[in-house]
Design a protein around this ligand. Structure first.
Ligand code: CTP
Length: 474
């Protein structure tokens, strides 16, 4: 196979010359080759495999690059990394691996190209291209990776039971690649994932979440979420979600399957807003409170009253357990979920402006995201109903936009500060300042006064007087 177009790159010529000089055969391998053969945008990560020492090759390569690049050496792993034209190039010596049951970190010894290809996760990731003088550009494909790429199938080079048990993170990778590339996982391989699902417990939460986030950020996350569910991995990683599965019927009343509904909402939000990881997390977890709030009310049917409030209370523990960032992302997800039902209560032309201002005050800049989630939450298959629900949301979005333009509530800052109040009445910090500030805020949100200094000032004087304060006349 002639891969000449990929191999026009100067870096490959440099590796070729360097390999020859130090007499170590070298290859491009892994994700770069896979993505190139798939015709994808060139990967920023380039893995160079050499039969010998990776660090030695990196040092030789660096001699041909100007200005002389900084080499990062990872002695413990015998690898080295340097940057060239925005590309991260990793040099690694071919190795043979063996594993013990309690860890996914292998014992490593020097090996051949074949040994190294054997230890890789999928046939499509074991493809290598020679950078050697005698067969430069030759594709080395011992497991039929190219044919699997064409057939869109994920297969492990060796016994899948061994591949997944050795490094259980590969179960997550299989599902991640399947979602990103829309490839299917070979039947027997998926069986091995089911069999080895509990091995995921030896993988750190950080690594699991890294893959999980890639699934969530893909074009159609439900592909991966369903595979995670079917393999049994989801109930280990995120049982709060799998508990949503199921439909119950009583006295002729049925509720929807909240698990499948959630998957649809996540797919919908992925179409509405690209690349927004935390909004996707909010969509994924927006109904988890339903497990704890489900009630059957005779003659009314199923109720999940306050599920958004109960759900938002569960977020901290989930984020902590999964080692997701507890700072702003967690606060954002919590806020979106807690407010996820509020816009529904504001549907209709009878809704007062003040109620909309209150929502804007509460949710601030995230109001657009909240409204997008409301749109994504419409999953009815009844087209008429769907259209009507969407129109309702669009109508509310328009009102929000108009009100915000007029009243500037989103990033609301009181026109009167606590310091202003202390100065005007010549008082020290005390409870009355809070009372006055709240009164001003409520009056603005209610639309009783406009959102500017002069009106707020007069209101402050009036409220201060009511509270027994006297204006300082100095
Ligand atoms: N690999 C593996 N098992 C793992 C991780 C990686 O066998 N648990 C191998 C695969 O051959 C993979 C290569 O190491 O192609 C590089 O790994 P990585 O950079 O993590 O993944 P890529 O395949 O390059 O894909 P992506 O960049 O999308 O993560």
């Amino acid at each position: 196979m002639n891969l000449s177009s990929a191999l026009q790159k100067k870096i490959f010529h440099i590796v070729r010359i360097s390999s020859q000089r130090i007499k170590q055969d070298s290859y491009v391998i892994g994700g770069y080759v896979r993505d190139f053969l798939l015709g994808k945008k060139e990967s920023e990560d380039l893995d160079i495999l050499t039969i010998g020492e990776g660090i030695r090759l990196a040092k030789e390569v660096s001699k041909y690059i100007k200005p002389y690049p900084k080499i990062r050496i990872f002695k413990r792993f015998g690898t080295a990394m340097l940057k060239y034209n925005n590309q991260k190039i990793e040099f690694v010596g071919a190795r043979k691996e063996s594993y013990c049951f309690s860890s996914r970190n292998p014992f490593v010894e020097l090996g051949s190209l074949q040994d190294d290809q054997n230890r890789r996760d999928f046939t499509i990731n074991a493809l290598a291209i020679s950078l050697n003088h005698n067969n430069y550009g030759k594709l080395i494909d011992p497991f039929g990776g190219l044919s699997d790429l064409k057939k869109k199938i994920l297969r492990t080079p060796l016994d899948s039971n061994v591949t997944y048990s050795d490094d259980p993170l590969r179960m997550m990778r299989a599902i991640r690649f399947s979602t990103q590339l829309q490839f299917s996982i070979e039947k027997s391989s998926f069986k091995s994932i089911k069999k080895n699902k509990n091995r995921i417990n030896i993988v750190s939460s950080e690594r699991i979440i890294e893959e999980f986030n890639k699934i969530l950020l893909s074009k159609k996350p439900s592909i991966g979420l369903l595979l995670l569910y079917e393999s049994g991995l989801l109930s280990i990683i995120l049982p709060e979600l799998t508990l949503l599965k199921g439909i119950e019927e009583k006295n002729g009343y049925k509720h929807k399957d909240n698990f499948y509904h959630t998957l649809q909402v996540v797919d919908n939000i992925s179409k509405i807003k690209e690349n927004s990881l935390w909004l996707r997390w909010a969509a994924l977890l927006h109904d988890i409170g339903k497990i704890h709030t489900k009630k059957f009310l005779p003659k009314i049917g199923w109720s999940f009253h306050s599920h958004e409030f109960v759900g938002s209370k569960m977020i901290f523990h989930i984020f902590k357990r999964l080692k997701l960032p507890i700072g702003n992302p967690m606060k954002y997800v919590k806020k979106i979920i807690q407010n996820s039902y509020k816009p529904i209560a504001l549907i209709g032309d009878k809704t007062r402006d003040s109620s909309i201002r209150r929502l804007l005050f509460e949710i601030g800049d995230d109001v657009e995201d909240l409204m997008k989630l409301c749109l994504a939450d419409i999953t009815t298959s009844n087209m008429e109903k769907k259209k009507k629900y969407q129109e309702n949301i669009y109508f509310l979005m328009e009102r929000i936009e108009k009100l915000e333009k007029k009243d500037k509530i989103k990033n609301w800052k009181s026109p009167i500060s606590g310091n202003d109040i202390m100065k005007v009445f010549n008082i020290n910090p005390c409870k009355k300042i809070g009372i006055i500030k709240n009164f001003i805020k409520d009056s603005i949100l209610e639309g009783k006064i406009s959102n500017e200094f002069q009106s707020a000032y007069f209101l402050m004087l009036k409220k201060g007087e009511e509270l027994g304060l006297k204006k300082n006349n100095e």
